[in-house]
Design a protein around this ligand. Structure first.
Ligand SMILES: Nc1ncnc2c1ncn2[C@@H]1O[C@H](COP(=O)(O)OP(=O)(O)OP(=O)(O)O)[C@@H](O)[C@H]1O
Ligand SMILES: [Mg+2]
Length: 261
């Protein structure tokens, strides 16, 4: 794998999907220029929209969706179906070779139940990046939905996993050069909503414990800490602004939050 150019794993936040055309153009161009790119995507807002349409109630505990038997069917269909296929189609329309997968395929992600209260929500226990590497070697851009195989004998054997944690686990398994989170804010913001341009592990942990970093920012920060500790450069940037991704790749301009060990 290391003979290949350095891999970039991008977590495409569901929060950025409304600006999809901008960020997908930048991602596709990067891949076409010869940089191996992998996308792991979210899609929380669209799942909630479909839950509402189908009149299924959604609760969140600690920022994680409580996923009952009905919900895991919707989560799998929306993430693995609608979101994943829309992204792949849009990338192919930008003249880039893309393949859509979920974490189920070739057991990219195996998980076990997180706990008793969240239902079909998983904690990743194994990541298999073999098929993703194969696709990268063939110059495909893999687009991966964050769902996992449940290794317990439960029907359906599916678990909803957090996209940020999935992206980080895959980046570590691939020994990627960079892990970049595209989201709908400029990066991690301090208590005065000012951008923090660099964060080390201790500073990151204290932002979570003092409540400055909340909700969806918590798994993102924890995922960056895990990745930098495994030698993967990690960033959180605004994915709704064209040019930000290229600035990070070319080291031309400091944007977003960079994590340091
Ligand atoms: N200290 C903080 N700095 C920046 N954003 C924060 C902070 N604390 C909480 N947030 C929230 O985190 C959100 C980003 O996480 P969120 O999970 O909503 O998006 P995403 O991960 O990009 O999308 P998805 O979860 O659908 O993939 C921001 O929109 C913001 O409201
Ligand atoms: Mg999120």
């Amino acid at each position: 794998m290391k003979e290949m150019k350095e891999i970039v794993v991008i977590k495409l936040g569901g929060s950025t999907l409304s600006e999809m055309d901008n960020n997908l153009k930048e991602i596709a161009d990067l891949h076409i220029s010869g940089i191996p790119v992998v996308i792991v995507h979210g899609g929380g807002a669209l799942i909630s929209e479909w839950m509402n349409k189908l009149e299924i109630k959604t609760d969140f505990i600690d920022g994680l969706r409580v996923t009952d038997e009905n919900s895991i069917q919707i989560v799998t269909s929306i993430l693995g179906g609608l979101v994943n296929k829309t992204l792949v189609a849009s990338i192919i329309n930008k003249n880039c070779k893309a393949i859509g997968l979920s974490g189920i395929d070739d057991n990219i992600f195996t998980a076990k139940f997180l706990d008793q209260t969240h239902g079909y929500v998983g904690n990743i226990i194994n990541t298999n990046s073999e098929f993703v590497e194969l696709l990268l070697n063939k110059e495909y851009l893999p687009v991966i939905a964050p769902i996992a195989i449940n290794n317990e004998l439960i029907d359906p054997p599916l678990l909803n996993i957090n996209g940020d944690i999935a992206a980080s686990a895959l980046a570590v398994s691939l020994q990627a050069d960079k892990l970049i989170f595209l989201t709908d804010v400029d990066g991690v913001l301090d208590e005065n909503s000012k951008l923090i341009s660099t964060l080390n592990t201790a500073q990151s942990k204290s932002l979570i414990s003092n409540g400055t970093a909340k909700s969806g920012m918590i798994p993102k920060i924890n995922s960056c800490i895990d990745a930098v500790e495994s030698n993967v450069e990690s960033f959180i940037i605004n994915g709704t602004k064209y040019g930000n991704l290229t600035s990070i790749i070319k080291n031309s301009e400091s944007v977003g939050t960079k994590f340091l060990v």
